[in-house]
Design a binder for this molecule. Structure first.
Ligand code: PEP
Length: 248
């Protein structure tokens, strides 16, 4: 079974609604590619504007965060039904910035994965090791631990619709990319783990992205690897370089 490539931009806390509209217009004709799922994961305030701007195109709308309750006294939070109604399809969960800056742990991340599926959102579940773990040589155990925690009680049918983003923290926003071989090693490790936790069909179906300073220059080599089905792109998603990654 061929997995469809998925290239997602993580805009992080960038672009006002007007700026978002302008970026969508700049990218509109450049990201047309029937073989690729293109996703813009945008700040909550931009969702309505971006959903309108990409209507009728191959671009899907994603969000970067939500809370696990549907409504209530959770000041500052946004819920899955709110995102769904606004046109969101994909949701980033477990990004290292949410884990490190906002203190999200694997218990909450697991709850978010389950809630996203229950609400009809497709999670892009992020995992990845720090530079210290990479240097210590314990990164494989770390990634396996994260995935096991984050997928507790998640079913095989759900995992078939899951996207996992392997994002070594040392490569995020640093300009330092994992080599294609380093990225492939971990993406294969993740696929093998999914086969062990679930079954071969599920491992074959789950899409695994690499993220970490992916850009127009290095995308083709990374995306050529067997177990890398796409990219999660931060900095380069804010400019027309993103289209070169989509078409790499
Ligand atoms: C990210 O934050 O998900 C990311 C991969 O960022 P960058 O591409 O800027 O390294």
């Amino acid at each position: 079974m061929a997995r469809k490539r998925i290239i997602a931009g993580n805009w992080k806390m960038n672009k006002t609604p007007e700026e978002a509209k302008a970026l969508c217009a700049d990218l509109k004709d450049l990201v047309v590619n029937d073989n690729v799922d293109v996703v813009y994961c945008v700040p909550a305030i931009d969702i309505t504007t971006v959903a309108e701007a990409v209507k009728g195109t191959n671009v899907h709308v994603g969000a970067q965060n939500f809370y696990i309750e549907d409504k209530g006294a959770f000041t500052g939070e946004i819920s899955a039904p709110m995102l769904k109604e606004a046109g969101v399809e994909y949701i980033i969960i477990g990004h290292s910035e949410r884990r490190d800056i906002f203190g999200e742990n694997d218990v909450l991340i697991n709850a978010k994965v389950k809630k996203a599926f229950a609400s009809g959102l497709k999670p892009i579940l992020c995992c990845g090791e720090s530079l210290a773990l990479r240097k210590a040589g314990t990164y494989k155990e770390w990634i396996e631990r994260q995935i096991k925690w984050d997928l507790t009680d998640v079913t095989a049918d759900q995992v078939k619709n899951l996207v996992i983003a392997y994002e070594p923290i040392w490569a995020i926003g640093t300009g330092e990319t994992a080599s294609a071989d380093q990225a492939q090693e971990v993406c294969k490790l993740i696929r093998d783990l999914i086969a062990k936790l679930y079954d071969a069909d599920t491992a074959e179906a789950v899409r695994i992205q690499y993220g970490g300073s992916m850009n127009a220059g290095n995308a083709a080599e990374l995306l050529a690897k067997d177990d890398i089905d796409g990219g999660l792109i931060g900095g380069a998603s804010l400019k027309t370089d993103f289209a070169q990654i989509v078409n790499a």
